[in-house]
Design a protein. Structure first.
Lengths: 110, 114
């Protein structure tokens, strides 16, 4: 039972580069979320999805894009990386009150 | 809007000491309240939850009671262990539209020493 799997675990990007953070869950949860965690701060919601084909913006969506073509996958895309996007990114899925979080992707933009 | 305020850390305690981490919230509607724990290098894990006023969530010796009158959800444990060292996040969830979303506090780091 893998739960929520995020790849990669670590990545260093140069300013202006693009990348996709992968998130996969095997629990058949409809709801999925992307959060970022900055040092000394709580988690901020970037985007969320209530099911395949449906996504919506959270608190801090600028500079990111998402898609949800299947129930299992919810990738997060950074098109033009900026230093302000240096953070730890967490993907989560939910059924009822139970959120399951991935182990995170630590991204540094230099 | 919704917000969660929790005490700043780090909180440093000796093993077997009593732990309290304060958490207060502001929310529209009727939130569910959560405590999550994050061990070093890992994602967040649900520690306990309460879905209505006066509910008590408990798990692994930790407890928190949903106090609507004081808008609080303080985390307590009677005797901490070194293995409890982690960052603890208070959070709330209010159903908004078609999806509930978690709003987190800034986290409190707990360090337990022998």
């Amino acid at each position: 039972n893998a739960g929520v799997t995020q790849t990669p675990k670590f990545r260093i990007l140069k300013i202006g580069q693009s990348m996709t953070l992968q998130c996969t869950q095997d629990m058949n949860h409809n709801y999925m979320y992307w959060y970022r965690q900055d040092p000394g701060m709580g988690l901020k919601l970037i985007y969320y999805s209530v099911g395949a084909g449906i996504t919506d913006k959270g608190e801090v969506p600028n500079g990111y894009n998402v898609s949800r073509s299947t129930t299992e996958d919810f990738p997060l895309r950074l098109e033009l990386a900026a230093p302000s996007q240096t953070s730890v990114y967490f993907c989560a899925s939910r059924r009822d009150y139970g959120y399951t979080f991935g182990s995170g992707t630590r991204l540094t933009v230099v | 809007g919704n917000s969660v305020t929790q005490m700043e850390g780090p909180v440093t305690l000796s093993e077997e000491a009593f732990l309290t981490i304060n958490c207060t919230y502001t929310a529209t509607g009727y939130p569910s309240l959560f405590w999550y724990v994050q061990y070093p290098g890992e994602g967040l894990q649900l520690l306990l939850k309460a879905t209505k006023a006066d509910d008590k969530g408990s798990n692994k010796g930790f407890e928190a009671t949903y106090r609507k009158e004081t808008t609080s959800f303080h985390l307590e444990k009677g005797s901490v262990q070194v293995s409890d060292s982690a960052v603890y996040f208070c959070a709330l969830s209010v159903l908004a539209g078609t999806a509930s979303k978690l709003t987190f506090g800034t986290g409190t780091r707990l360090q337990v020493t022998l």
